[in-house]
Write a protein that binds this ligand. Structure first.
Ligand SMILES: [Ca+2]
Ligand SMILES: [Ca+2]
Length: 152
């Protein structure tokens, strides 16, 4: 009986490595077109991946748009809860998920209206309380050129 207890205590940290281990989250942002025409909606597609080996819990996406555009809408998977600026306003958007399994990816689509000519930039950052030994892929941004007319 005592030996079994010792064995269980030895195995516990190994088993818990699966639930409280490390999860390499990664995020990437892509634009649906570039350049875009002033006043014409387009999309930023934000892809969030968990490269494992463990499940990532309490995952938070923070997404910031610079001053040359406004948020219009967001399409996210059912288990992601988003707090976004009012449509037609600028600011920062936050989406959270209770967990993202190892090896899984999700895609969130942001609809954006370019409001000033110049460079539009969307920056995404992903975090989780689960340790992530590769922080280099936790932030990404995409630049998009806003032109006044298609013939410019
Ligand atoms: Ca990472
Ligand atoms: Ca681009």
């Amino acid at each position: 009986m005592k030996n079994h207890l010792v064995l269980a205590l030895l195995l516990l940290p190994a088993l818990c490595g699966l639930c409280y281990g490390e999860a390499d989250l990664a995020v990437s942002v892509a634009d649906s077109q570039d350049p875009v025409v002033l006043g014409t909606n387009f999309n930023y597609v934000v892809t969030i991946s968990n490269n494992g080996p463990s499940v990532a819990t309490s995952v938070i996406l923070n997404d910031v748009l610079n001053a040359n555009g406004t948020f219009q809408a967001i399409a996210a998977p059912e288990d992601w809860k988003c707090t976004s600026p009012q449509p037609g306003t600028q600011g920062s958007l936050t989406c959270t998920a209770e967990h993202l399994d190892s090896g899984k990816s999700v895609t969130l689509t942001l609809t954006i209206k370019p409001t000033s000519a110049g460079m539009l930039t969307d920056t995404a950052n992903i975090t989780s309380p689960v340790p992530d030994t590769n922080q280099a892929n936790n932030t990404d941004y995409e630049d998009t050129t806003v032109i006044v007319s298609p013939t410019q």
